[in-house]
Design a protein around this ligand. Structure first.
Ligand SMILES: *[C@@H]1O[C@H](CO)[C@@H](O)[C@H](O)[C@H]1NC(C)=O
Ligand SMILES: *[C@@H]1O[C@H](CO)[C@@H](O)[C@H](O)[C@H]1NC(C)=O
Ligand SMILES: *[C@@H]1O[C@H](CO)[C@@H](O)[C@H](O)[C@H]1NC(C)=O
Ligand SMILES: *[C@@H]1O[C@H](CO)[C@@H](O)[C@H](O)[C@H]1NC(C)=O
Ligand SMILES: *[C@@H]1O[C@H](CO)[C@@H](O)[C@H](O)[C@H]1NC(C)=O
Ligand SMILES: *[C@@H]1O[C@H](CO)[C@@H](O)[C@H](O)[C@H]1NC(C)=O
Length: 680
């Protein structure tokens, strides 16, 4: 150890830059998964942030740093805006040396793959490393999710149900144990046999900075993703920044190294500033670290000061540019960024064969949709807006810019727009399969949509909607969620389309003198259909209708059960009340967990409650699907304002007199709270 340090010290004195270059030229294995969080901001090369980050990372992986003694590392370095926070965690059964080796690889690799990002996360099999410019210690973060098929072989289909059932039981049990284990190591491993005696090995682990409750919640959420991502696989792991669940048919952990925690626990050691140590050899090492670290800091700081002076002018410029990305309608410079999303009409005409009938995919509420292929081979879908919008060009561009920023795996991506003469076009990513209505309401196609797929569609749609409602910075209310607005991609993932149309299609939301109802009969919440009041809860209502449709394979409007024509909601409610809810289940769904199906019916009914306050938010819906231990409220009779005689799924547009809306303070509040966070 000592000779190595001495030589490193020599290199450090020679040139910190040489060190950066030389450490980066060593090849570390690729991360099976990582994320650079591009949207969370970048630092410039040579900035104080970078220096702090490098110092922090080298201290994390330094041999003198033992973390909390059980593979967990937490530290921060720097001041104010340049402060960097890092957390690292090794798999609970990994030995100290392997753990350190893994961290050493991660610290080098992560700055390589995310060269200028302020926040990043990388996972190896044995360890996880993340850093950020915000405090991340003690915060439970279940997004983003990093699923990984550790074993791509499929289980044979006759065994899947039994295997998954036992696997869930195992992981649930391990989750409980891991959450309850002490504050040093929240980790549990174990095994169980599937009904065909196939052994299943499982693991659950949280970063130990989480409290028991937060750890449980995180593991529950990760388990919820297993259904969606691990379909039939023999081995799979789902991770997020705060926890991991994993199962395999082979034993992937070393049970002999999982030693019980001793009592009393060893003292926590925080790496920066180097802690005063107890052991003699340890304190010598700490001194070495001080001797090494101090000169690096000094020399790097000198260099950085020099760079800072040079870069100051540039950085101020950068700041202004960043500001421009913030929504602000009269900032004409914003259009500069919009230009990059702008397609010219000739390109679009070529790609769609001049909007030929053959390329027409459908007709939506806002115009026709065409399929196209760009010269680079990329497939697109082009929405040709009916041109009766009163929105100005500038506003249109601003809105496109905002909506294009909404990116989520369960949303169809807006790639750009075209604005020429009276043409207004929106260019979207092309989603290969049909929309959900073409599958779920088609008697033959429906039979291929087994419960696992339907459940994945329900959960994915819920996630997309949650993102629109709460996680995106715009807080969008969809207002026209329905089966035909859910597109299904090649992996059968749902993607919500047509969101943000209310913004792109100017609906005079802030004027208060006219307002338009955009929506579809059968999916519209009663308060919206009748009074024009909308909120996130009107989307929740539409979502509830959609869930019941997916479970039953029947349209809400034009629902048939035996001889009786009545609407789906009435039938669902009656069956639920009479304890015959299984009558609602699509007869082609002969596999799949009954409990899961019944739970979805229950959730669907809660979403269509007449009283807006009784409907759950999308965040609660996700929680309900994730956590089976959560007891759901009992639904009461849903709203029946429409019956199949007048039901139709034609898009509805109607003007309504605003006098009513003016006298209704609730409505105005909803507009302000949910759709216009940046009044323009
Ligand atoms: C982190 O950096 C981003 C982008 O530069 C900035 O917007 C954010 O405020 C920073 N967060 C903290 C806690 O400093
Ligand atoms: C940060 O840099 C990456 C490319 O290195 C870029 O894609 C991303 O948009 C940048 N993020 C911000 C917020 O500027
Ligand atoms: C972890 O780091 C945070 C931020 O620096 C600090 O507040 C906290 O005390 C640290 N916790 C431990 C156990 O070291
Ligand atoms: C770290 O990377 C080296 C190759 O540079 C590799 O041999 C070693 O196994 C890696 N260690 C861990 C724990 O991943
Ligand atoms: C597993 O099944 C999926 C579809 O069910 C199939 O696409 C994939 O190729 C299969 N994988 C293997 C390794 O057999
Ligand atoms: C976690 O707790 C369970 C029982 O609650 C115990 O059997 C197991 O050994 C503990 N695991 C660790 C790694 O401490």
């Amino acid at each position: 150890m000592e000779p190595l340090m001495a030589s490193s010290r020599f290199v450090f004195f020679l040139s910190p830059i040489l060190l950066l270059i030389s450490s980066q030229s060593l090849a570390q294995p690729e991360f099976p998964s990582h994320d650079c969080f591009n949207e969370k901001g970048n630092y410039t090369t040579g900035s104080t942030y970078q220096t702090n980050l490098n110092t922090l990372l080298s201290s994390l992986s330094s041999p003198s740093n033992n973390g909390n003694g059980y593979g967990f590392y937490n530290s921060s370095f720097g001041e104010n805006a340049d402060q960097v926070h890092a957390i690292a965690l090794c798999r609970g059964d990994v030995m100290a040396d392997t753990c350190r080796g893994c961290l050493s690889n991660s610290t080098k690799k992560l700055t390589q793959v995310c060269p200028n990002q302020k926040e990043a996360i990388g996972f190896y099999d044995e360890c996880m490393l993340r850093y950020a410019n915000r405090s991340i210690y003690g915060a439970m973060e279940k997004d983003p999710v990093f699923p990984l098929w550790w074993n791509i072989h499929n289980l044979s289909s006759s065994d899947v149900d039994g295997f998954f059932q036992e696997m869930r039981k195992l992981l649930k049990d391990l989750s409980g144990q891991a959450a309850a284990n002490g504050s040093l190591r929240k980790f549990a491993v174990g095994n169980k046999n599937a009904p065909n005696f196939q052994p299943i090995y499982g693991l659950a682990q949280c970063t130990p900075d989480l409290a028991e409750q937060a750890c449980s919640e995180c593991l529950d959420a990760a388990m919820g993703e297993i259904t969606a991502y691990c379909e039939r696989k023999q081995g799979c792991r789902v991770q997020n920044p705060s926890c991991t669940v994993r199962y395999e048919v082979n034993r992937f952990y070393d049970p002999t190294t999982v030693v019980p925690l001793p009592s009393p626990p060893p003292p926590l050691s925080s790496p920066l500033p180097p802690s005063t140590s107890t052991g003699g050899s340890k304190s010598r090492r700490s001194r070495t670290v001080i001797i090494i670290v101090v000169p690096i800091i000094v020399s790097v700081v000198l260099i950085v000061i020099f760079f800072c002076i040079c870069l100051r002018v540039r950085r101020t410029k950068k700041k202004l540019e960043t500001k421009k990305l913030l929504p602000s309608s009269d900032d004409t410079d914003e259009i500069g960024s919009a230009e990059s999303l702008q397609f010219d009409l000739a390109t679009i005409r070529d790609s769609t064969d001049d909007f030929s009938e053959a390329n027409k995919l459908g007709q939506g509420g806002f115009g026709s949709v065409y399929r196209g292929r760009l010269l680079n081979g990329e497939d697109i879908a082009v929405k040709r807006l009916a041109t009766n919008s009163v929105q100005g060009d500038l506003e249109f561009k601003n809105e496109v810019l905002l909506v294009a920023k909404l990116q989520h795996r369960n949303l169809v991506r807006l790639l750009g727009f075209c604005l020429e003469g009276s043409e207004r076009l929106l260019v979207y990513e092309f989603v290969p399969n049909a929309s959900l209505d073409h599958i779920i309401f088609d008697p033959t196609k429906r039979a291929h949509l087994d419960w696992v797929r339907r459940y994945k569609i329900i959960v994915g749609t819920a996630r997309g909607l949650l993102y629109l409602h709460e996680d995106s910075r715009l807080r969008i209310i969809h207002r026209d969620l329905k089966a035909s607005n859910i597109l299904i991609d090649a992996e059968m993932n749902p993607k919500i389309s047509d969101f943000g149309m209310a913004r792109l299609f100017v609906l005079d939301q802030t004027q208060g003198n006219t307002s338009r109802i955009v929506g579809t009969y059968g999916y519209m919440a009663p308060e919206y259909a009748m009074c024009g009041h909308f909120s996130v809860k009107s989307d929740v209502y539409s979502f509830g209708v959609l869930v019941l449709e997916i479970v039953s394979g029947q349209k809400n409007s034009g629902f048939q059960h035996g001889e009786n024509a009545e609407d789906l909601l009435s039938f669902a409610w009656r069956s639920w009340r009479d304890g015959t809810a299984s009558n609602l289940i699509d007869p082609t769904l002969n596999t799949g967990s009954r409990t899961e199906i019944m739970r979805c019916i229950h959730i669907g009914l809660l979403c269509v409650q007449e009283n807006v306050a009784d409907r759950p938010t999308m965040a609660s819906v996700i929680l309900m699907t994730n956590s089976y231990s959560l007891t759901l409220p009992v639904p009461s009779q849903p709203a029946f304002y429409l019956h199949s005689s007048i039901g139709s799924d034609m898009p509805l547009r109607s003007e309504y007199n605003s006098d009513r809306s003016k006298s209704n303070p609730v409505k105005v509040m909803e507009y302000e709270t949910f759709t216009e966070p940046h009044p323009r």
